[in-house]
Structures are given as C-alpha cells and as structure tokens.
Design a protein around this ligand. Structure first.
Ligand code: ADP
Ligand code: MG
Length: 262
C-alpha cells in the first residue's frame, strides 16, 4: 500500500509548488488512476516516489514506513515504476534490459537465480515481448520500447506497479492488452497506480480515479463520481459532454468541436 498524505512538491527554481497538498491511497488489489490536464502534477508525484524530488511537506508512506526512511533498493523491491520518459544510457540486448528489473533483489555479486529467471520469463510472456528477444533496446519502435519497459517493471515485481502514461505510443490492440494486463494484475492482488491521459479507458478499468488540476485534487472517487461533465469541463477548460457508451455502459467523455459547435 502506498499512501500520499498531504504531499507538497516544489521544483528547485519554481515560483510555486507543482503539487499542493495531495492525499490518496494506492491499496493492493485495485487500479488507482491519476488523471488531469498537462502540467497538473501527475508525473511529479511519480518522481517523488522514485526519490528524484524531495517532499516540501507531507509524507509518502510505503506500508507503515515513510519513503524517506527507506533506501532506494528497499523501495525498488516494493514498488516498480515505469516512468513517463526514459532513455537507456546505452543500448542493451532486450533480455538484459528486462533482467535489470531483478537487480534490486540480488546482492552486488549475485547472478540470476531460479526465482529471477522465473520472474523474467513470466514478465516476458505477460508483456508479450518474447518476439524482441534478439533485438537491442535501440532497435525498437516507441510502442515496442514501451512494452519492453513494462516487462522490466513486471520482472521487478513488488506489491505496487506504477506506470506513467504507459500506452502513449501503443496501437489499439496493444493499448487494450496493457489495460487488460493491469486489470488481471489487480485482480491477483497487486496495487496499480496508473497515470493516464486515456480518460475513457481509465473510466472502464480503474477502481478509483484521482483527478488533478493545477497540483490539487479536483475530484476523486469511482469512475461515476469523477466522470461528470461539469467537473471535467472546468478542469480541462474545453466544452465536452459525458455520455454513456451504449455497448459497454461506461461513461464516455466526448470533447465538443470548437467553442459550442459540434
Ligand atoms: P503532468 O501532469 O503533465 O505529468 P508534471 O508533473 O510533469 O505534469 O508537471 C507539473 C508542473 O511542474 C508543470 O507546471 C511543469 O511545468 C512543472 N515541472 C515539471 N518538471 C519540472 C522541472 N524539472 N523543473 C521545474 N518545473 C517542472
Ligand atoms: Mg506527465
């Protein structure tokens, strides 16, 4: 379980905090989604989890311990993160890159043991990346690279999986496969923190949605609670309607054309 408790985050040169007092939980067995316009503070929350940005105030708890009391390796055995942007420092064979996910679990000189190999094999299968086994990380398309990064995080394991815009470069089938995979992982008991622009998919898959607006929570709750026209229109500053998909019954956001015309 991850708990954000009144978290305030400010970049060193910034005139004001990017995150201004945000509280929510990421419990096991659920997909918790963070949505909101560009610049609303979503990735900043993920950066704080990775220890790349110190808390100005508030607390992030991993289980019953504050993040600040844990070392990076402790955190990495509990939380696997797929950040929004990441360039490999140098190209690696895809299997070696995925195996990096096991690094926090071993000692400095330990090789891969049976548990590591099993975790890697399962991750490769679930992220559907076996076809890239002979490639290097610099020989992948944007979407392929994204799937390989998800495989690395799955191999890492831990109670919570955090993904920042994981389906940005994916086509429909691969995007749906990622959402279905996250759903399956949650049903198996894993906690999922999903940052996503795909409001309509989030509304179908997430158990709990946190809508950020300029660093604050504008709405939080079930998809039905958050997918309300007047709330989303104010936050996204664009005319829209929320209707219900006749085939699947889920709330669907439809942005309107121009200011008022359809
Ligand atoms: P998003 O919700 O799109 O992921 P971010 O969390 O990346 O938004 O950014 C939140 C705010 O913080 C934005 O106003 C952004 O310009 C600012 N910001 C992001 N990264 C930095 C940085 N390294 N230094 C200063 N400001 C930043
Ligand atoms: Mg972002």
């Amino acid at each position: 379980m991850i708990r954000f408790d009144n978290v305030v985050l400010q970049y060193p040169q910034a005139p004001e905090p990017a995150v201004k007092g945000v509280s929510f939980d990421v419990p096991p067995g659920r997909i918790t989604a963070v949505v909101g316009p560009n610049g609303s503070g979503k990735s900043t929350l993920v950066r704080a989890l990775l220890g790349r940005l110190p808390l100005a105030s508030g607390q992030i708890m991993l289980g019953d311990r504050p993040l600040s009391a844990l070392d990076r390796r402790d955190v990495a055995t509990q939380v696997a993160v797929v950040p929004q942007r990441e360039e490999p420092v140098f190209p690696l064979p895809v299997p070696d890159y995925i195996a990096l996910g096991r690094y926090p679990h071993g000692g400095p000189f330990s090789g891969r043991n049976a548990e590591d190999r099993a975790a890697i094999a399962t991750a490769v299968q679930r992220a559907d990346v076996a076809v890239f086994a002979d490639r290097s990380t610099d020989q992948l398309s944007g979407g392929e690279w994204q799937r390989v990064r998800i495989a690395r995080a799955l191999a890492q394991g831990g109670q919570t999986l955090v993904l920042d815009e994981p389906t940005t470069f994916l086509d429909i089938a691969h995007e749906m496969a990622v959402f279905e995979l996250l759903d399956a992982l949650a049903r198996e008991g894993q906690g999922i923190l999903l940052v996503s622009h795909q409001l309509n998919l989030v509304a179908r898959f997430a158990d709990h949605i946190v809508l950020l607006h300029r660093g604050r929570i504008a709405a939080a709750g079930s998809p039905g609670d958050v997918m309300r026209g007047e709330v989303l229109e104010r936050v996204y500053e664009w005319p829209l309607v929320v209707s219900r998909d006749p085939a699947i019954g889920a709330p669907v956001l439809v942005p309107l054309r121009g200011r008022g015309s359809r």
